[in-house]
Design a protein around this ligand. Structure first.
Ligand SMILES: C[S@@+](CC[C@H](N)C(=O)[O-])C[C@H]1O[C@@H](n2cnc3c(N)ncnc32)[C@H](O)[C@@H]1O
Length: 309
């Protein structure tokens, strides 16, 4: 439902960002403004720039955050260009904290016309904003090998080959235009079987894979992390919440490397003086059972945090 997005791991996010210190905070995925509202409400000395690629989300965030007046600025764009976006909006100075709560918002998932969810019939779109290529374009125009690769890599789906084949056969009859069409093809290919864990719907991994491909999510995340680390002030905090293992692996590795420092080409050892951050979360922080019960979307969330040295 619109406007009712429940932010995930809020207390843990605020504990790591420590907004009571005041200063500039950047929410790189402001979405429906849930985390932003909690942060601004908690810390009268904090200002926030909220970025999102989704126009509809930004409009709703604008309404929700209006009570905070000029403590909030909203900027549309993708976070792989975060440094440029902030400079373009005239935001000066380093940030005391940067947050990215990755993935889709409930607004995107719950609007059938956005095509993210197999729970509703809608056009196979899945663009979060700013892209040309829809999921239908990928499904109907990629080669079988490309489809297999996308489904295997981004969906970690072990029946990728069989599903890619089924897609190509189905589209030879007629184009696959809707979420329901695609779901029916996947169901046929997988014989309606759920994944090994038994909980995951047969279509989940393929829909995830297409969404990642449509929005170029993983490459964008790497570019974002590099810039975010450099935009932080001394003692500045970075918090990333991810929802699947592909994202979490990128975050974990990038933070580990930045905490070790650059490798000296002569000795092959990291140079301590080039360390950028200290990692604050040895293991990712997961929601407790109570949060998962009242907000099932939080189930797969993993939070990692770092502090700029
Ligand atoms: C899980 S939601 C964020 C929810 C938000 N924390 C809240 O409490 O309402 C993720 C948001 O990130 C946005 N997003 C995803 N990838 C993005 C990117 N590369 N650049 C900017 N925004 C992105 C999506 O459009 C979506 O609105």
């Amino acid at each position: 439902m619109d406007g009712t997005h429940l932010p995930v791991l809020v207390a843990e996010t605020l504990a790591a960002l420590a907004p009571e210190r005041g200063g500039l905070y950047v929410d790189a995925t402001v979405g429906l403004g849930g985390h932003a509202e909690a942060l601004l409400g908690d810390a009268p000395g904090a200002r926030l720039v909220g970025v999102d690629r989704d126009e509809q989300a930004l409009a709703l965030a604008g309404e929700r955050l209006a009570p905070f007046g000029d403590r909030v600025r909203l900027v549309r764009g993708t976070f792989d260009r975060i440094a440029e976006l902030l400079a373009g909006a005239g935001v000066e100075g380093k940030a005391a904290g940067i947050l990215a709560d990755l993935g889709v918002s409930s607004l995107q998932l719950d609007r059938p016309e956005r095509g993210f969810s197999f729970r509703f019939k809608g056009p196979l779109d899945m663009r979060m904003g700013g892209g040309e290529r829809t999921a239908a374009d990928i499904v109907n125009h990629s080669t079988e090998a490309e489809l297999e690769e996308i489904i295997k890599e981004y969906g970690e789906e072990w029946r990728a080959r069989r599903i890619a084949r089924a897609i190509v056969e189905a589209r030879e009859e007629e184009p696959i235009e809707t979420t329901a069409d695609l779901r029916a093809v996947i169901d046929r290919a997988k014989g309606g079987r759920r994944d090994r864990e038994g909980r995951v719907d047969p279509a989940t991994r393929v829909f995830q894979a297409l969404r990642i491909a449509v929005n170029d999510e993983l490459a964008g995340l790497e570019a974002f992390l590099d810039q975010a680390l450099r935009l932080l002030d001394g003692d500045g905090r970075l918090v990333i919440i991810s929802y699947h293992s592909l994202e979490d692996r990128i975050v974990k590795n990038r933070l580990r490397d930045a905490a070790r420092g650059e490798v000296d080409p002569v000795t092959g050892r990291p140079r301590a003086e080039t360390r950028l951050i200290e990692v604050l979360t040895r293991k990712p922080v997961r929601p407790g059972a109570a949060e998962v019960a009242w907000n099932p979307r939080s189930r797969s969330a993993r939070l990692r945090a770092a502090r700029r040295l």
